[in-house]
Each structure stands twice: as C-alpha cells, then as structure tokens.
Design a protein around this ligand. Structure first.
Ligand code: FAD
Length: 431
C-alpha cells in the first residue's frame, strides 16, 4: 500500500465500475481525496433492485457466476452475502409451444439436451471449455504487470473472437441449426437481447455464464454491491451532478466541469459509456474506434394469479421460473415468474420494445397490479464484430473503463476494468 498524499481522483459514474474504481483506489491510496460524480440521484447505474413483499427483484443486472473472479474476491473480502439464483427450472418458448423444458435435476436436463441435440451439444461444450480457458488466460495476463485492457485482450486468444459473429463461431464448429435456434440464441436473447448475429465473444460469454454452473445474486439485492463499495471507499459522492466537460490543464491536471462547479483533479476515471455520458473533452485527443450503438430494454413486472394456460401449461405448481424465447417470438426476450405468495406470482417481462399491457391481462387469472416499468435507454452495446477496441488509458491520469464494453458488458468486466485502471494509475505514479 502506497501513500500519495497529494493526489486526488474524480470518478465519473456511480455504477459498479465507478464504485469499484473508488474502492480499489482507496485500497492503494489510503489518503487520496476521492470524489464520485453521478448525473442520477442514486448509486448503481445499470444495477437497480426493487423490493416486492420484502423480496428483491432486479430491474437491471441480475446474476453473476463462479468464474467472475474479481467479483468473488470482493465478496469474500467484504463478506457480502449471496444467494444461488434458481435457474435450472427453465423452458424455451417459440410463441406457441415450448421447444425445450429443463428438468429439476441438472443432470437430467443435461441428458435431455444430449438426447435432443447430440453432437451440437458436445461440440458446444468443447468450444465453451476452450473459451473458458482463454478467459482464465485473461485473468493471468491481468495479474501480471498492469497494462491496458486493450493489450490484455490482444495478448490472449479471446481477441480472435472479436472479428466474428456468434453464429459464425458456432457454424465453424458444425453446431446444428436446431441447437442454435432453440438453445444458443434464446440464451443470447435473455442475456443481451440479441439474436445469433451478436458478436462472438458476447455470445460465447452468455453461454459460459450458463454452462459454468451455479449463478448467484446478492441476498439483499444487487444494488447492495455498488452502495457498499462506494461507502467502503469513503469517497465524497456528488449525486445529481452530471459531468459536462473534462479539460486538461497545461500542468497536466484535469478540470472537471459540472453545471455549477469546476474542480481540479490529478486523475480521472470515466466509468460510464461515452456514447451516453455526453462529456465534452478539451485539450485531449481521444483514440476511439467509432461510436457504439446501445440496445434499449424495457422491463415490466406485474403481480397477480398466474395463468399457466397462457403458455399451454396445465400444472400451475411446476411451471418454469424462467422462460427464454426463440427469435420467432419477436421483441420479448424473457419472462420470469417468481412466487410472491401462496396464490400470487410476479411476472417480469423483458423486451426490446414497449410491452403491450394486454399481455399482462392475458397472463393472469385476475386483474394484476403493476409493480414497475423500467426503461433502459442503453442497457448494453449492440454487439457486432469489431476491428479494434478503444484503449482504457486516454491520457496520463485519465482512464476510461467502458472501453471494453463493445466486446462484453457485465458487472464482472466493469469491476475488472476498474481494478486494472487503478493499477495503471498506480504504475504511472511509480514511473
Ligand atoms: C436489463 C439489464 C440486465 C443485465 N443483466 C446482467 C446480468 O445478469 N449480469 C451482469 O453481470 N451484467 C448484467 N447487465 C450488464 C451490467 O449491468 C453492466 O455491464 C454494468 O452494470 C455496467 O456498469 P458500469 O458501472 O460500467 O456502467 P453503469 O452502470 O451504466 O454506470 C454508469 C453511471 O454513470 C452515470 N453517468 C453517465 N454519464 C454521466 C456524466 N456525464 N456525469 C456523471 N455521471 C454520469 C450514470 O448515471 C450511471 O449511474 C445487465 C444490464 C441491464 C441493463
């Protein structure tokens, strides 16, 4: 731990990226003056939990898994309680039938998949094993001397996926169309609201998330994570303060402008996608690889007595809790059904277009009560093949965490990028 008493750091964005950047910065720089800015009045960004009858319901980032090493390290250190995310009870809906239904036991589900999709399943498993070892290589590279996430990606075999679509990656391995349509694409739809034309690494990591065993969320709701990290950092948090401009001074510091104040910092970490952040840069040249389009997502939830007949189900006790969709179903990418009481359930629908209210009247036996409607204008990138990623390091003392988002977007990658950016700032101080 090193003590650079004179340095200070501004973090733009109080999502998981910004809050973990402040957390890691505090660990390396105990006396550093830390300031987090967020244009909204809450901490969390794309992590947002609402409570229904005391139970957390996630409107944004929902789960993580046991290969998310950076997140798991934080959980262990900070003793944050997690809960397994119930996911084996799923079904895939094509708009009129279920094309696949899981079994309660994961082994039986696996055997069912094997029987149905045979070599496509085994080939997919082999491919995912390979990609998982490439991800492990990424962590190894990251543990070495700190370097830009761009270089870390480029030094691993993960980099080769960025020029392909997920569909091309699967077809190269002779994975059959039925498996792509009925299993692989419904998974990319539930994770990133995108079909098989999604960028290969984003598509493959969606499958890895499911293949690598149990998934988790935070017992108190995922919003606890960024809130806890922001508190642990003891940063000054400026809520409702949009950063309008970052200006490099002749001395090499940064003036951070909001509507009604200007402060000078030695270091700045930008932890929000620049496409959304709308920040003006003065005295800086940004090496960016084109604007990244983002996907809109609508999440709506209603509570009432669920009508299993809507999905041609006759057994109201054993209905799936997660319904994935094939691309024939159109904009609805997921239905989630959670028991709220002995008789009632909360049904959450995710869609790339506004959800027609009549669906909810059809899905319940009684007149349902609205719980929330949330619109994510920019949920995650629309992942396409890329020629290059933008670097994390914009200039000395100025880092951009979301530079890697066009390749993959998750809580883990935001935290990993934050950890690495802080280590790069530390390395700059030692230069
Ligand atoms: C519906 C949905 C489901 C998802 N599911 C999962 C999942 O299951 N698992 C998973 O790991 N990931 C999931 N993700 C992705 C994950 O939520 C994101 O990758 C991650 O939370 C991004 O964090 P971030 O801190 O990088 O960005 P953000 O969370 O977007 O934070 C950026 C913050 O910056 C603020 N800001 C923007 N511009 C400015 C400015 N000019 N000045 C000041 N503040 C500014 C914003 O208000 C925001 O709070 C999901 C995302 C969505 C939307």
């Amino acid at each position: 731990m090193l003590d650079f008493k004179l340095s200070n750091l501004a973090v733009v964005g109080a999502g998981i990226g910004g809050c973990s950047a402040a957390y890691f910065a505090r660990k390396h720089f105990p006396d550093m003056k830390l300031t987090i800015y967020d244009s909204q009045e809450r901490i969390g960004g794309r992590i947002l939990t609402c409570k229904v009858a005391g139970r957390p319901i996630e409107l944004g980032a929902t789960f993580f898994n046991r290969i998310n090493r950076t997140l798991l390290d934080i959980l262990k250190t900070e003793k944050l309680e997690t809960t397994p995310f119930e996911r084996m009870n799923f079904a895939v809906w094509n708009g009129s039938n279920f094309v696949f239904r899981s079994n309660k036991e994961s082994l039986t589900t696996f055997l069912k998949l094997l029987l149905e999709y045979r070599f496509s399943l085994t080939r997919t498993y082999l491919l995912l094993r390979k990609v998982s070892s490439q991800v492990a290589q990424l962590y190894q590279e990251e543990r070495k001397n700190p370097s830009d996430m761009l270089q870390i990606f480029e030094s691993t075999l993960i980099d080769k996926w960025k020029r392909k679509t997920f569909y091309e990656a699967l077809k190269e391995r002779n994975i059959g169309q039925a498996f792509i349509d009925e299993i692989a694409t419904p998974i990319t739809r539930i994770i990133y609201s995108q079909n098989e034309d999604i960028g290969a690494f984003a598509g493959l990591s969606s499958l890895i998330g499911i293949y690598s065993g149990e998934t988790y969320s935070f017992a108190e709701g995922n919003s606890i994570l960024p809130i806890h990290l922001a508190q642990a950092s003891s940063a000054t948090i400026k809520m409702g303060k949009k950063v309008d401009a970052i200006e490099k001074t002749p001395k090499g510091n940064y003036r951070v402008h909001t509507e009604n104040d200007v402060m000078v910092f030695d270091n700045v970490i930008i932890a929000a996608p620049l496409e959304i952040a709308n920040i003006k840069f003065d005295g800086l040249s940004l090496k960016r690889c084109g604007a990244q389009p983002y996907q809109s997502v609508y999440r709506s939830a209603m509570r009432g007595v669920f009508k299993p007949e809507y999905f041609n189900l006759d057994n109201s006790i054993n209905f799936p809790n997660t319904i994935l969709t094939t691309k024939e179903t159109g904009p609805i990418t997921q239905y989630s059904i959670q028991k709220a009481s002995h008789t009632e359930s909360v049904v959450t629908i995710s869609s790339t277009e506004p959800v027609n209210r009549t669906i909810f009247t059809d899905i319940f036996k009684n007149s349902p009560v609205s719980i929330f409607d949330h619109y994510w204008k920019a949920a995650y990138p629309i992942f396409k093949p890329l020629s290059r990623l933008s670097p994390t390091r914009i200039d000395k003392g100025l880092m951009y965490l979301n530079a890697i988002e066009p390749m993959v977007s998750s809580m883990e990658t935001s935290v990993l990028s934050a950890k690495n950016a802080v280590r790069m700032l530390l390395a700059e101080k030692l230069e």
